[in-house]
Design a protein around this ligand. Structure first.
Ligand code: EPZ
Length: 432
């Protein structure tokens, strides 16, 4: 078991390079199952979720070779099997193999995926859409069995712009007979990156980034090379790290447009945000003003930044109202924040946060990926020492977060501890 130990009060200063986007590379890796030639990917974030997705691909026979942060994928010799439950349970994005398996093998059998416990996260939109494409799907409650002798293009209107459902429809339809139209499609930049990769393989996907995506079925997909887009959620987390500590940080390689909602809210809280070709620079000179947010599908304020923004609001001058409109159970971090002195009241889908200056370090634990990152942000601000347990959650979505923060001047270290919570001493040599 590992934890972060943080001593707060150090303004973050300097530059940080934004990693490749977790939520772009995961659907792209799943989509590589469609391909009948080798693929090469650059700027891959070295994250637990990426390693698990690679293990899922290996289960089907994909050969994978790492070269630093580049990845060589050989999906030519594949064999369809029931998906490996112990791997599928580790991440929600494992459900993104459903579309590619149906397209390549005409059948798939996979357990319900795992992932952050932030809501029920059903797959009804996925299954309804794939059924409209011609698949027969049996939902056994714990697993899904699907088969499709022929996937045929059709017009699908999603009840909600689900990111994963949009991505599964795209991968299931790229080699379907005829054309598919996805209405009320997710517009996230990660959906656009998936479409770019599919088109490099020879697919014909247009409209990605809008609410209507069109896919013309093709017969064959060839190998491709692809560099993953920057991670706008990692970048947003580092922006708030700079803002909450009164720092000055340049995030290099970030497309400001992909973070426009977060940047707008930081500016309304009183932070200076400069955008130029080098990236986005965040300069915080004074205590933030309270700011309300409502999480919405892209281009609205991203739900994956809600916990981090709550950490920021805890320290603000005034009262902020945070409405979570995407997931029904994404306020678990509030309990841990209260242990540090935060004043947060949950009323239905909203959190009312009364800002305070007097936030003190405490022992807290991550309950999911973004909640863990939010607690780290509070530790950077808090007076005294904060320990954040269950760092494995944070490692799912951030590549050595402690190194990125320490390079900007934060006092944060990673330490091991045993199940009883005691620090694990370095193993004593039998000779000592
Ligand atoms: C993706 O999850 C992201 N994960 C999530 O990021 C992100 O929070 C989410 O999109 C929303 O932006 C990846 O891309 C790997 P959805 P996804 O389908 O696709 C409900 C992170 O921290 N829904 O857009 O699973 C669902 O329960 C993670 O990096 C159904 O009801 O999200 C949720 O309330 C967390 N039925 C809402 O829609 C369905 O069939 C949005 O879900 C599908 C979804």
């Amino acid at each position: 078991m590992e934890r972060f130990i943080i001593t707060g009060g150090h303004p973050l200063l300097g530059e940080a390079e934004v990693s490749g986007a977790k939520n772009a590379i995961l659907p792209i890796l799943a989509a590589s199952l469609l391909c009948e030639e080798e693929c090469f990917f650059e700027k891959i974030p070295l994250l637990e979720d990426v390693f698990v997705m690679c293990d899922v691909l290996r289960h089907y026979g994909v050969k994978i070779r790492w070269q630093g942060s580049s990845l060589h994928i050989d999906p030519r010799q594949l064999e369809n099997k029931d998906a490996p439950e112990f791997l599928m349970k580790k991440l929600r994005a494992s459900n993104l193999i459903l579309g590619p398996l149906l397209s390549r093998f005409s059948s798939a059998c996979l357990p319900y995926p795992g992932g952050c416990a932030i809501g029920s996260r059903p797959m009804n939109y996925h299954m309804s859409a794939l059924t409209q494409l011609g698949a027969e799907i049996c939902d056994f409650g714990s697993c899904i069995r699907a088969k499709a002798s022929c996937l045929h293009g059709t017009e699908i209107c999603l009840d909600f712009p689900s990111v994963g459902a949009t991505e599964n429809i795209m991968t299931a339809s790229v080699k379907a007979c005829g054309d598919t139209v996805i209405r009320n499609a997710a517009r996230e930049p990660e959906v656009v990156d998936l479409a770019d990769f599919l088109n490099k393989m020879g697919a014909r996907v247009t409209g990605a980034g809008s609410d209507t995506i069109r896919v013309q079925g093709v017969n064959r997909l060839k190998g491709a090379e692809h560099k993953v887009i920057p991670d706008r959620i990692e970048a947003g987390t580092l922006m708030i790290a700079a803002a909450i500590t009164g720092g000055d940080v340049l995030l290099k390689g970030l497309d400001p447009q992909s973070s426009s909602a977060v940047i707008a809210k930081l500016r309304s809280s009183g932070v200076i945000v400069k955008e130029d070709s080098a990236g986005v620079r965040v300069i915080a000179k004074k205590r933030p003003r309270a700011t309300d947010i409502r999480t919405m599908p892209y281009p609205g304020f991203p739900t994956d930044m809600q916990p981090q923004f709550m950490a920021y609001a805890v320290t603000a001058c005034g009262t902020s109202v945070i409405a979570e409109n995407i997931f029904e159970n994404r306020f678990k971090h509030a309990d841990e924040m209260r242990r540090m002195g935060a004043d947060i009241k949950i009323i239905g889908e909203a959190a009312v946060v009364r800002g305070k200056e007097n936030i003190t370090g405490a022992q807290v634990e991550a309950t999911d990926l973004r909640a863990g990152a939010a607690l780290v942000l509070m530790g950077l601000y808090a007076r005294g020492e904060t320990t954040v347990d269950n760092v494995f959650y944070i490692d799912r979505g951030y590549q050595r977060l402690e190194n990125s923060l320490a390079a900007l001047g934060a006092d944060i270290v990673r330490r091991s501890y045993d199940a009883s919570g005691w620090p694990r001493q370095a193993a004593q040599s039998p000779c000592s």
